[in-house]
Design a protein around this ligand. Sequence first.
Ligand code: NDP
Length: 485
Amino acid sequence: MTQDTQPTASHYIDGAYLEDTSGDAMAVIYPATGARIARVHAATPDVIDRALAAAEAAQADWARLPGRERGRVLIRAAEIMRARNRDLSILETYDTGKPLQETLVADAASGADALEYFGGLAGSLTGEHIPLGDDWAYTVREPLGVCVGIGAWNYPTQIACWKAAPALACGNAMVFKPSETTPLSALKVAEILTEAGAPPGLFNVVQGAGDVGQRLVTDPRVAKVSLTGSVPTGRKVYAAAAAEMKHVTMELGGKSPLLVFDDADLDNAVGGAILGNFYSSGQVCSNGTRVFVQTGIKKAFLTRLAERLNGAVIGDPLDEATNFGPLVSEGQLNIVMRYIETGLAEGARLVTGGQRLDRAGYFLRPAVFADVTDDMTIAREEIFGPVLSVLDFTDEAEAVDRANATDYGLSAGLFTRDISRAHRVIGALRAGTCFVNSYNDAPVEMPFGGVKMSGVGRENAKAAIEHYSQVKSVYVRMGDVEAPF
Ligand code: NDP
C-alpha cells in the first residue's frame, strides 16, 4: 500500500483522523500473505463518547438543510469515490483479500452507486397531505437522529456506504464500527464524505470488537442500529436495541437455496451457481449454498461445474488475472475446513476442491459436494466460505418444501425456461431477495434483506428510507374546538 492509500489513524471523528493508542492494539493482516500491514487501536470509552457527541452535534443542522443540499454532498462523495476507484479497490483488497478483479467493480463502485442513488432521493423525502373535510392533516418525514452502523468483514466499503447513504440522505448522523478484521476501508469513506462537504461529525468511524459495538448500541444518544453480521450477533444487538425501543435493521446470515430445473440453460445455471458460491471466496451472506438440482440435469450440471471451476485463477489478489482469492482470516479458513471435514464424515461426496493451498495466506480451493442430504451439517449451517452443496430433487413441490425447511430466509434463486414455474416457485419460496435465471445481483435500486432469522428491515432502494426516518403526523383543525365541558 502506498502512503496515500492508507488511512493515517485508527478512528475518524468530527471530520478528522484521531489516534488514541491507549485502546487495545488490533493487527490488520493481509489475507493473501498472513503479513501484518497495519495496526489500529480499539476505541476507548472516551473515543466512543467523542464520536457520539460529534454525531449528535452535527445531526440537527444537517437535518435542517434542504434535502437537495444534503443530496449534493452525497453525490459529490460518489464522484470522488469513482475517481479514486483503483486506490479504494486496492485498499479493499488489502483489507479483505478479495481479488482486485472483483474489488475494482464491486466495492467502491457499489458504494458510489448507493451515495449517488440516495443523494438523488434526498430532495424528494416528503410527507403527505390528508384532507379531512374542513380539517386536514399532514405528515412530515423526519430523521431518527444518531444512527449506529456495525459492519461484517466481507464488504467493508460497501457496507459502510449502504448504511451511511440512506442514513445521511434522511438527515441522520452516523457512527460506524467496521469489523475488527477489516478496519481500513470505512475510514476512507469517512475521509471522502468530509472532502465532499459533509460537516464534521456527520459520519464517524470507530474501531473495536464486539464490546465497542455493544457500547454504541446501548448508548442512550443512539436512535437506530443497523447491523450486518451473523444471527447470534443479531440476536444480541436486536435485544439490546429493544431494551430502549431503538429502531433496527438486521442484515444477517443465510443458507439460501438455488433450484436448478431439468429445463434450465445449463451454462447459465452453472454460472449462477458459481456466482452464488464462489464470488468473494464464498464469503457472501446471500449465497445460494444449497443447490437443489433436478435429477435429469444433475450429471451434466456436475460435469460442467467441475470443468468451469478449472477456470478459477487462484493466487495473488493484486494480480488482475486472479479471480479467486484467499479467505479473510486464518480463523475463517479453519472454520471452513472443519465444515469440509464434517461433510466428508457425514457421507457427502467431494467432487472437486476443498484443499488448502501450499503457500502463505488463507487459500482454499473452491469445493463442490454432491449427494448432500438435507440433514447433513453442511446443508443446514452457514459456512461462509467456498463450499457448494448439490442436493438432488425430482419434483417441484418437494424442492420448494425442502428449500424452505430452514430457519434462514435471506435469498433464493432458480433456473428454468418455464416462465410460469419460475414465478410460481418464487412465490412459494420464503426469502427476502430472490433471483430468476440469475443469482446475487444487488443493484441499489432493488431492496435487499431477509425474512425469518436472516433479518428485519431492508437496505437499498426506496425501502431503506422507511428504516432511516419516521413519520410525524400533524392534525390541523380549521374551526372551533367542540369540547364536552
Ligand atoms: P459477526 O456477527 O461476528 O460480526 C458482525 C459485527 O458485529 C462485527 O463488527 C462485530 O465486531 C460486531 N459485534 C459482535 N458482537 C457484538 C455485540 N455484542 N454488539 C455489537 N456489535 C457486535 O459477523 P462477521 O463479521 O463474522 O460476518 C459474517 C456474518 O455476517 C455471516 O453470518 C454473514 O452471513 C453475515 N453477513 C450478512 C450480510 C447481509 O447483508 N445479510 C452481508 C454480509 C455478511 P467484531 O467482529 O469486530 O468483533
